[in-house]
Write a protein that binds this ligand. Structure first.
Ligand SMILES: Cc1ncc(COP(=O)(O)O)c(C=O)c1O
Length: 397
């Protein structure tokens, strides 16, 4: 019989696949689904970026050829310029910037580039699944660092057993955070991470996919702004949320030459990089006015306020996040025993509202659901009515 990789066999199906299957069933029955499950931006890519793409494809056949795998020089320069303007951090575009086919790809491959079977990675949890699945896929071991309301969603590094810290090769952090929407207010926590990483010779992977999706005047920092962070940190960025380009598959990694080089080397064996016309459009996105980002953020902020106020009014307490397009909500008491996946399934079957079950983000996500604010503005009112119905049903149980 044929068999496939044990590491892959050991992984459960991707966490949203159950919800996706139920959604398909619901669509087949012509049910009205409100999809707050996947963090898939519903807003269109801004027109000036689309125009740049179509012009390039139409008028410049050279863009149809294989791209430069690590990113064309112009792309890497545009990233370095944007980074300097945004964070005040200088990057060498030649050696400290790498284009990615989305940050998910880069993070998964970074695990492959850095870890041998049995190697340990410290991973904040709940977290974006590739932070731990990327480790499992290469036979690595995950040591979860719980991030919960009790510790302000910051891992307690002092609690990592000495033996584990000494074995660890990677540490994954992510602020603004998916799924909890937690942020860091300043560089204090990042500086602690730098000291910890230097002490134990650990590479820090900071996933900054939501750096630009921030509200109420809050601005997210780069890990590389913390003193000494450049010695230990690789940081991942995405165009998916900032410019509503999730389907375009483009992102980048930044970090010192030595830390980026293994990822660049690995990728040179695996892929040819981001299509040139997409790189050109991404350059245009970075170099044009950022008012489109402000517009997107305004929309999410309005949705956040509407949903948080509505949920609070019905007695479903949720924190008002300063960033991301997510709400991290406790499973209502009446349903807590059955777990977040069962609750999410029930919610979808009985009300047509799809959400992400917290357990999909790892063991410390159990007891929560994540609502992604990615449906048309008019639908949030309906979503609230349906959630209210579900709450009321729970109370009758
Ligand atoms: C924390 C985090 N990192 C990375 C990604 C993936 O981004 P990309 O589309 O660039 O692969 C996501 C997508 O939801 C995310 O939430």
């Amino acid at each position: 019989m044929f068999s496939y990789s044990k590491n892959l066999q050991n992984l459960p199906p991707y966490f949203l696949s159950r919800i996706h299957a139920l959604k398909q069933e619901a669509y087949a029955k012509k049910l009205d689904v409100i999809d707050l499950g996947m963090g898939n931006p519903d807003l269109p890519t801004p027109p000036h970026i689309i125009e740049r793409l179509t012009e390039s494809v139409k008028d410049h056949p050279r863009t149809h050829r294989y791209p430069q795998a690590k990113g064309m020089p112009k792309f890497r320069s545009a990233v370095a310029e944007w980074f300097k303007g945004r964070f005040g951090v200088e990057l060498n575009p030649e050696k400290e910037v790498l284009s990615l086919i989305g940050s998910k790809e880069g993070i998964a491959h970074l695990c492959m580039a850095y870890l041998n079977p049995g190697d340990v990675a410290l991973v904040c949890n709940p977290g974006y699944p590739v932070h731990f699945n990327g480790v499992y896929l290469v036979g690595g071991k995950v040591h979860f660092l719980p991030i919960t309301a009790e510790n302000n969603y910051l891992p307690d590094l002092a609690k990592v057993p000495e033996k584990v810290a000494r074995k660890a090769k990677l540490l994954f952090i992510n602020y603004p955070n998916n799924p909890t929407a937690a942020v860091v207010e300043d560089l204090k926590f990042f500086s602690e991470v730098v000291a910890f990483a230097k002490k134990y010779e650990i590479v820090v992977v900071h996933d900054n996919a939501y750096s630009e999706v921030t509200f109420d005047g809050y601005s997210a920092p780069s890990f590389l702004q913390a003193p000494g962070a450049r010695d230990v940190g690789v940081e991942f960025y995405s165009f998916s949320k900032t410019y509503n380009m999730a389907g375009w598959r483009v992102g980048f990694a930044v970090g010192n030459e030595k830390l980026i080089a293994p990822l660049e080397k690995l990728k040179s064996f695996l892929d040819y990089g981001v299509p040139t016309f997409i790189q050109l459009a991404a350059i245009w996105a970075l170099r044009s006015s950022q008012s489109c980002v402000q517009e997107t953020v305004k929309v999410y902020q309005k949705r956040r306020d509407f949903m948080v106020n509505g949920l609070t009014k019905m007695g479903w307490e949720v924190a008002k996040p300063k960033a991301t397009m997510y709400l991290w909500a406790k499973v209502p008491d009446a349903y807590i025993q059955e777990g977040s996946l069962n609750f999410a399934e029930k919610l979808l079957k009985e009300t047509g509202v799809a959400v992400a079950p917290g357990v999909g983000f790892g063991p410390y996500g159990e007891g929560f659901i994540r609502l992604a604010l990615v449906t048309h503005d008019r639908r949030f009112h309906d979503a609230l009515l349906r959630l209210k119905k579900m709450l009321a049903k729970g109370k009758e149980k």
